[in-house]
Design a binder for this molecule. Structure first.
Ligand SMILES: [Fe+2]
Length: 250
């Protein structure tokens, strides 16, 4: 499997607190069948001072430790970028990082963001040649109130990334229902762990793989946990299933 959303680097954000936790998470991910993961520390949050130099230094240390400990896991770079009006400029300037130096940008919005802001930011990124990977939209209130927005963002050309925890109800009933609807309508592009620690919100994707297969068909976990995230990491076009349109009820 390939996991494009993790907070595995220590001391960068609210994710892993220590190198010990980081290595435990890495071993857990590898044991569960993850081969590649993106270390997507939070970036561009108001007040955040994460610099690309610090980030890359920490990522190199992580790679060295993986080799030393013989953990069969490849770590690629990326950031979970909190959206504002200027992220395309900051990406162009190299102040913010896309996934594995490609065009896919893991983009996060506040949980109470109005849908219109997500449309606007997505549109701007697409116009500039970036592909927004919208991080866990099933957790956003505007989506929980009207999941049909996802259809529009999908048709615009964004990629939709669901969180593992949402499928298991860890972010509440409304996030679980939104995630289920997105999956049934074949609008999800990728599912990721959004791992924060080896104890809660872990990088173990094995149960998620099984659940996706049972509930949405055997090809579902292959596409969302293997094929599409691999394409994102390689900067190739993702596979877009023909979505099941929403029928508006009046
Ligand atoms: Fe995250």
């Amino acid at each position: 499997m390939i996991d494009i959303h993790t907070h595995i680097l220590p001391g960068m954000d609210d994710g892993s607190p220590t190198w010990e936790d980081t290595l435990e998470m890495a071993q857990m991910a590898a044991d569960a069948g993850t081969e590649v993961l993106a270390a997507t520390s939070h970036a561009n949050l108001p007040g955040s001072r994460l610099s690309v130099q610090d980030y890359r230094k920490r990522l190199e240390m992580f790679r060295a430790l993986l080799r030393e400990e013989r953990i069969p896991l490849m770590a690629v770079e990326g950031m979970e970028i909190f959206a504002d009006e200027h992220i395309a400029d900051k990406l162009d300037e190299g102040i913010l990082l896309p996934i594995n130096q490609g065009n896919y940008v893991l983009t996060e919005f506040a949980l109470n963001t109005p849908a219109s802001f997500i449309y606007r930011i997505s549109d701007r990124l697409l116009e500039r040649g970036y592909i927004p990977v919208i991080a866990h939209p099933e957790r956003y209130e505007c989506v929980q109130n009207a999941v049909v927005h996802i259809y529009e963002w999908y048709m615009m050309g964004t990629a939709i990334q669901l969180n593992k925890g949402s499928l298991f109800g860890r972010f509440g009933r409304r996030a679980a229902e939104a995630a289920d609807s997105i999956l049934r309508h074949r609008l999800a592009s990728v599912v990721a762990s959004d791992a924060h620690s080896p104890v809660v919100r872990t990088p173990d994707m094995s149960e998620c793989y099984r659940l996706l297969g049972v509930n949405y068909g055997r090809s579902c976990p292959k596409l969302l946990l293997e094929e599409n995230p691999a394409r994102i990491v390689r900067n190739e076009d993702i596979v877009r299933e023909k979505p099941v349109p929403y029928v508006l009820k009046w």
